[in-house]
Design a protein. Structure first.
Length: 315
């Protein structure tokens, strides 16, 4: 063996012997720790506690107020002086909360499913195929996100009114009219989310399927869809939240029978009990009830949300 070879192999042998000889362990070095903290531990704990308190205090206030009396909440009590579940019983008779929940679930759920289904197929075409106007469509998707919804309220209302007068088909005041309105705003955002996600998927899988004779439709159904669930869930949840939280369009485009839960909460906020004390307890109880579906949605699909929000690339 040459002197050069002995010089190259000696450090490796020495390192191996130092690790294995006599069961001795290599001394721990400062950079072996998982994370090098920029803040001292006590300051890091303080910041985390303050952030948790900043979030938890309002949520607990709503929760405590929902099981307290209206007079006690109006006096400014944080902790309830008496626990009562009467607010959760009364909200179903004070306003049509149950009907509002049904309307919101049907409308927002349909928007989420339709938006996710159309977005994944549209994004696949925009990402994997080259054609005239492709970049214009992609730029248009971004441009639509910058238009405030308040500017489109009157044009949408006029268009739907003209459709009703020309065809005799009533659009304003129906669930499907509200569905079309929400889909108009949800589809561009969902499509851009899926475009960003599909750009991060390897093309080799699709090329292998195409070599085996699979068509574009088969590739989309058997290869792209199974790999795109995180992105599909993210786009569907954002579309669902758009319909669930909207007050502006649902106030104008609905009737008392088709009001969404957001409008019902707004009506409940203006209601008075005996003409004097606002029904704070019922308002907070209704808020808790309306937040349950959204919280359950996040808990069920949280692992897909993490993958969908962190995957993909913008090119």
């Amino acid at each position: 063996m040459s002197a050069f070879s002995q010089t190259r192999t000696r450090p490796t042998a020495t390192l191996t012997e130092s690790i294995t000889a006599g069961g001795a362990k290599r001394p721990k070095r400062p950079y072996d720790t998982d994370v090098t903290r920029l803040l001292p531990r006590w300051l890091l704990v303080t910041v985390i506690v303050l952030l948790v308190a900043f979030i938890a205090v309002p949520v607990l206030y709503i929760l405590f107020g929902s099981v307290n009396s209206d007079v006690a909440v109006a006096r400014g009590e944080y902790f309830p002086s008496e626990f009562t579940l009467s607010n959760y019983v009364a909200i179903w008779d004070t306003v049509a909360l149950g009907q509002g929940l049904v309307n919101s679930l049907l409308t927002a759920g349909a928007v989420a499913v339709a938006s996710a289904a159309l977005a994944v197929s549209t994004a696949y075409v925009l990402v994997r195929f080259r054609f005239l106007g492709r970049l214009t469509i992609l730029r248009g998707l971004l441009a639509l996100q910058s238009i405030p919804g308040t500017l489109l309220l009157l044009p949408v209302f006029v268009v739907f009114a003209n459709i009703a007068s020309a065809t005799g088909v009533q659009v304003i005041g129906t669930r499907w009219g509200l569905f079309v309105t929400y889909l108009t705003f949800a589809l561009p955002f969902s499509t851009w989310v899926m475009v960003t996600y599909l750009r991060g998927l390897p093309k080799e899988l699709e090329e292998a399927a195409r070599i085996d004779g699979a068509s574009s439709t088969r590739i989309l159904r058997s290869v792209v869809l199974p790999l795109s669930w995180p992105g599909i869930v993210v786009s569907a949840i954002f579309a669902f939240l758009l319909g669930w939280n909207d007050v502006l369009f649902s106030t104008i485009m609905t009737t008392p029978n088709t009001r969404t839960v957001a409008v019902v909460l707004q009506v409940l906020g203006t209601a008075q009990e005996g003409g004097a004390v606002p029904i704070y307890g019922q308002m907070m109880a209704a808020s808790i009830v309306c937040a349950v579906p959204v919280v359950a949605l996040y808990l069920i699909f949280q692992r897909y949300l993490v993958g969908g929000l962190t995957a993909g690339s913008v090119k």
